[in-house]
Design a protein around this ligand. Structure first.
Ligand SMILES: [Zn+2]
Length: 444
């Protein structure tokens, strides 16, 4: 078995947590002196962290805490109340995407850059990237968390970085053939889109595809066998690996190994994990079948650290440990708090509806759906949630109506949520917008 960091990756999980607690313990006292945010959040307490139980005595940090901290930006501290080092020690600024409100900025010291590069390289290595790979990096903006940090991770592994993001799509596809790209980092949407275009690019350039590895991330979806099969077949892949991270902590921390059955935690050298009940904040044990929100403590971040940070990412634990030798939780992301809907008091993720429907109706509908909201921020539904799916074959009106009722019944009985389904003709759902299509906003 090949591991990037064999000692920590194969260490019994209990021992990993014990070692991490010593790191957190060493990190915290100085943090309160460096960061006005943590001086305030942790108060006068002098926390000793001998184990996870001690860590849990400290308050959570939320996105709102980080926003408030950023509002305190000044000429001396442009990153605000969580700037933990003098500005002269900062070598890089990163920005959140800003899709949900004003962007948040993160700062990196030279040591933070090293931390990011090593953690992200661990993910890429786990996901099968090697030094003989030629990797297409399609993120167009260097300043976002998936920009320069991801690129650094690829170079750290020793792969050939081809930063094609920013070029028009047509050019990206041609360059990928000319550069003999073997690996690609893409959103699930883009991978699906590419799988339907890739042959045409080959005909145009006359160059055979050498693409064999796709790392997918940025949105849930690769947990679905039907979607995986379609991408693997469409691109003739040997590897399709899911990855996940968080810009506020480290932009990529989780990655799948050769089993392709849930993501390993690859940032254990720098970040401690917790699983909590998102409603009560109570700790949940890491064990097979558990679901909850992931909380991160970054004990090696100097410039803008986060302690007990609520990720709003909900995970399901596929297993503890793995045949590949890596220890600890192996997870799938089941959705984000921000995406959760409430139908008559019942919580449901759009991805849960999609995963159920796509699995149960595989072969009859395409592996995606579109869920309509009246407003972008609509969370509560008192009427059945409107959902569009796309038929895989030509159906007449009555067959489409019958299929729609079948889908509604399955969702009602399995998830206790009512949906109102419209079955569209083949090609009726927009391609390449897999992520956005999950919750579209109807003009009203
Ligand atoms: Zn594994």
């Amino acid at each position: 078995m090949e591991h990037w960091n064999a000692e920590l990756e194969s260490m019994p999980w209990r021992d990993v947590e014990r070692w991490q607690a010593t790191q957190v313990d060493a990190f915290l006292p100085a943090l309160r002196a460096r960061s006005p945010l943590y001086a305030r959040l942790h108060g006068a307490a002098s926390p000793r962290v001998a184990d996870l139980a001690d860590l849990r005595a400290l308050p959570f940090t939320t996105k709102d805490d980080l926003r408030t901290a950023q509002d305190a930006a000044s000429a001396d501290a442009p990153f605000g109340a969580n700037q933990g080092v003098p500005s002269s020690a900062i070598v890089q600024a990163l920005s959140s995407s800003g899709t949900t409100g004003r962007p948040l900025y993160y700062a990196l010291t030279a040591r933070d850059v090293e931390t990011f590069a090593d953690a992200i390289a661990t993910v890429w290595f786990t996901a099968g990237i090697r030094e003989n790979d030629v990797v297409a990096h399609l993120v167009g903006l260097p300043m976002v968390a998936g920009g320069l940090p991801y690129a650094d991770g690829f170079r750290r592994v020793g792969a050939t970085l081809c930063w094609l993001g920013g070029f028009p799509t047509e050019r990206i596809l041609r360059e990928m053939r000319h550069l003999r790209v073997t690996a690609l980092l893409a959103t699930t949407s883009f991978a699906l889109h590419l799988s339907e275009q890739w042959d045409a690019v080959g005909r145009e350039t006359g160059i055979a595809s050498r693409l064999r590895k796709v790392i997918g991330g940025g949105e849930p979806g690769l947990g679905q066998p039907e979607l995986r099969r379609r991408i693997v077949d469409g691109l003739a892949l040997t590897h399709l690996r899911e990855t996940m991270g968080l810009g506020d902590v480290i932009p990529s921390m989780w990655g799948e190994c050769e089993l392709e059955d849930g993501m390993h935690f690859n940032a254990r050298r720098y970040v401690m994990l917790e699983l909590i009940d998102p409603e009560t904040g109570q700790a949940l044990p890491w064990r097979e079948g558990a679901t909850g929100e992931i909380v991160y403590t970054a004990f090696a971040r100097d410039a803008t650290p986060v302690i007990r940070y609520r990720s709003r990412d909900h995970a399901a634990v596929v297993a503890m440990g793995c045949a590949c030798g890596r220890t600890g939780p192996r997870i799938r992301c089941i959705g984000r708090t921000d995406d959760m809907l409430i139908y008559k008091g019942m919580n449901v993720f759009p991805t849960a509806i999609r995963d159920l429907v796509v699995k149960r109706f595989a072969g009859r509908i395409e592996p995606m759906l579109r869920l309509w909201k009246a407003r972008r921020d609509q969370v509560r539904f008192d009427q059945p949630i409107e959902v569009d799916v796309e038929a895989s074959a030509a159906l007449d009106d009555s067959a489409r109506a019958t299929l729609a009722r079948e889908i509604e019944d399955v969702v009602r009985s399995q998830l206790q949520v009512r949906i109102a389904v419209t079955v569209l003709e083949r090609g009726g759902l927009p391609r390449g917008v897999y992520k956005n299509a999950i919750a579209a906003v109807r003009e009203v």
